[in-house]
Write a protein that binds this ligand. Structure first.
Ligand code: GLU
Length: 474
C-alpha cells in the first residue's frame, strides 16, 4: 500500500493540501503502508523552492512524516516524453497544429451556438501528406491524446462509490504536451505526468480532492493506453467557507504557516483538519492525536459533502490542547514568542509559574504575549484600573501596604504571607481588604481583569517589580 501527496510548489502549504496529506497519511498509518511525496514543479514560472521548503516544513510541523526522498517531477521529464512518444507510436496520440487564433475562433463559434467549449478533434485524422506539409511550413504543434466520445470511464471510488464518466464530457482530445516544433515533444502536461509518475512510484491508492474527479477519468484512459495498472482512487470532500464555496485565499488565512504564526498548535490543527470530512466513531472523543485517529481511520467515515470551516471549533480544540500541555512544554512553546519581544525569564522555575498562571486563559499561543506582558514590561493603565486608582482610599490603601512591606519584605514565595500582609495593611487603616486588593491589582497589572492576584504579585515580587509599581501609583 503506497500513497502520495503531489503538491505543486506554487504557493505556501494550503490547508486543503494539508488535509489531503493528512488523509493519505492516516490511511497509510492504518494500513501500515507508505506515504510518499512528489513535488510537481513543472510549472517553471510559478514554482519556487521557497514554497517547496514551506510545504515540507508545514508537513513536518503537523507530524505528517513521509518515507523515501521526495520525487521532483521535473527530474522525470524524460520518462514523460517517452510515454508521449509511445502513445504517438501507437496512434493513440497525434500532433495538433491548431493555432491559438484557430482555437479561439472555434470556442467563440461554440459559444454563439450555446454549446460548451470543447476541442472538436479537427486535427485527429490528418493524412501523412497533410502532416508533412505542416511540418515543412515549420508549424508548431501540441500533442493530443485521443478520447473516444463514446467511452464510459468507471471506477469504484473509496469515498464516493461507483463513478461513471462519459468520454464526451472530457472536452475532446486532451493536450498532453505543450506546443513545440513539430519534430519535437514539448513539455508534458499534468495528467500525463501524474500517470507516469504515480506508476513509476508504484502508487497503489490515489487520494486527493474531489476537484480532481474529471482528471481521474482522463488519467484512467491514459493508464489503459500505456498499459499500466490503475490505482484505486478516493476523492475527498472540499473544505468550504461560510458561504459554502471552496475555501480560497480570499477567505483570509489558508496556509499552514499562517495558522502557525497566529498561535495555533500543530496538534489542534491536525485534529481539526481530520474532523473536516471525517466523523468520529461512536464512543470516541473529538479530541485526538493523529496516531490515535490513524489506528481507527477508514474512508467509510469520510463524508461525501464538503466540510464547512468552523473557527470556533478550531479555537476550542486549540485551547484544549494548550490547557492540557505540561507546563514545561507550554513554556518551551511560549519562550520563542517572548524572545522575539526581547523578554527573558529570570529562571525556568519562574517561567513555569508564569505559564501555570496564564495557561488556562490562552486560546492561541500568541495570547501568551498579551497575557505575559505585565510580567516583563510595565503594563498600560486601562480605564478600569485608572478609575480604581483614583477612587477614594486607593492611595491610602497602597501606602499602608507599602509600609507593611518595608518592615516585612516579601520574596514572593509564600502565599500565606501575602494574605496576612494584605489583611494587616487593610485593618491598620480600617478599609476593606477587597478595596486594597483591587487597587493592588490595578497598580501591578494596570487593569481589574486578569489572572490570580496573589500569584501575579508573587511573580512580580520575585523579580523585584512589585514595589516600584505600587509606589508609582500612590
Ligand atoms: N499537483 C496537483 C495538485 O496540487 C496534484 C494532484 C494530484 O494529487 O494528482 O493539485
Amino acid at each position: 500500500m503506497r500513497v502520495r501527496l503531489a503538491p505543486s510548489p506554487t504557493g505556501k502549504l494550503h490547508i486543503g493540501t494539508a488535509r489531503t496529506a493528512l488523509f493519505n497519511w492516516l490511511f497509510a498509518f492504518h494500513e501500515k503502508g507508505q506515504f510518499l511525496l512528489r513535488i510537481e514543479d513543472t510549472d517553471k514560472e510559478r514554482s519556487k523552492t521557497e514554497f517547496t521548503t514551506n510545504i515540507l516544513e508545514g508537513l513536518e510541523w503537523l507530524g505528517i512524516n513521509w518515507t523515501e526522498s521526495p520525487v521532483l517531477q521535473s527530474s522525470q521529464i524524460q520518462k514523460h516524453k517517452d510515454a508521449i512518444q509511445l502513445l504517438l507510436d501507437r496512434g493513440l496520440a497525434y500532433r495538433c497544429y491548431a493555432t491559438e487564433e484557430e482555437l479561439e475562433e472555434m470556442r467563440s463559434q461554440q459559444k454563439a451556438k450555446g454549446e460548451a467549449p470543447r476541442y472538436d478533434n479537427r486535427y485527429r485524422d490528418l493524412s501523412a501528406e497533410e502532416q508533412s506539409k505542416f511540418h515543412q511550413e515549420g508549424k508548431t504543434a501540441v500533442v493530443r491524446f485521443r478520447i473516444d466520445d463514446l467511452s464510459v470511464i468507471s471506477w469504484n471510488d473509496l469515498i464516493r462509490g461507483q463513478i461513471n464518466w462519459h468520454g464526451e464530457d472530457l472536452g475532446g482530445d486532451m493536450v498532453i504536451a505543450r506546443r513545440a516544433p513539430a519534430d519535437e515533444i514539448g513539455d508534458p502536461l499534468y495528467n500525463l505526468a501524474v500517470v507516469v509518475d504515480d506508476s513509476s512510484m508504484e502508487i497503489s491508492h490515489v487520494i486527493r480532492g474531489e476537484d480532481h474527479i474529471a482528471n481521474t477519468a482522463k488519467q484512467i484512459l491514459l493508464y489503459k493506453a500505456l498499459g499500466l495498472s490503475i490505482p484505486i482512487f478516493a476523492h475527498t470532500p472540499l473544505i468550504l467557507n461560510q458561504e459554502g464555496k471552496k475555501l480560497s485565499k480570499r477567505d483570509g488565512v489558508t496556509s499552514i504557516s499562517e495558522f502557525k504564526s497566529m498561535g495555533y498548535t500543530s496538534e489542534a490543527l491536525a485534529n481539526y483538519m481530520t474532523l473536516l470530512g471525517w466523523s468520529v466513531p461512536e464512543g470516541m472523543e473529538e479530541r485526538f492525536t493523529i496516531q490515535e485517529v490513524g489506528s481507527v481511520f477508514g474512508f467509510d467515515r469520510v463524508n461525501k459533502a464538503g466540510a464547512k470551516f468552523d473557527w470556533d471549533k478550531l479555537n476550542w480544540l486549540n485551547s484544549q490542547v494548550i490547557h492540557n500541555l505540561p507546563p514545561q512544554s507550554l513554556l518551551e512553546r511560549l519562550l520563542p514568542l517572548w524572545e522575539k519581544k526581547g523578554w527573558k525569564i529570570s529562571s525556568n522555575e519562574w517561567g513555569l509559574d508564569l505559564v501555570s498562571l496564564i495557561g488556562p486563559s490562552l486560546t492561541l499561543l500568541n495570547d501568551g504575549i498579551d497575557q505575559a506582558f505585565p510580567f516583563f514590561e510595565t503594563p498600560p493603565l486601562l480605564e478600569d484600573g485608572k478609575n480604581q486608582l483614583q477612587s477614594e482610599n486607593s492611595s491610602k490603601a497602597l501606602e499602608s501596604l507599602s509600609k507593611q512591606l518595608e518592615v516585612n519584605p516579601w520574596d514572593g514565595y509564600n502565599t500565606e504571607f501575602a494574605k496576612d500582609i494584605l489583611k494587616t495593611a487593610a485593618e491598620s487603616i480600617d478599609i476593606k481588604k477587597g478595596v486594597l486588593m483591587k487597587s493592588l491589582r490595578a497598580s501591578l497589572l494596570g487593569t481589574l481583569n486578569g489572572p490570580d492576584l496573589i500569584t501575579s504579585w508573587g511573580l512580580l515580587a520575585r523579580i523585584g517589580k512589585d514595589r516600584e509599581r505600587l509606589l508609582s501609583n500612590i
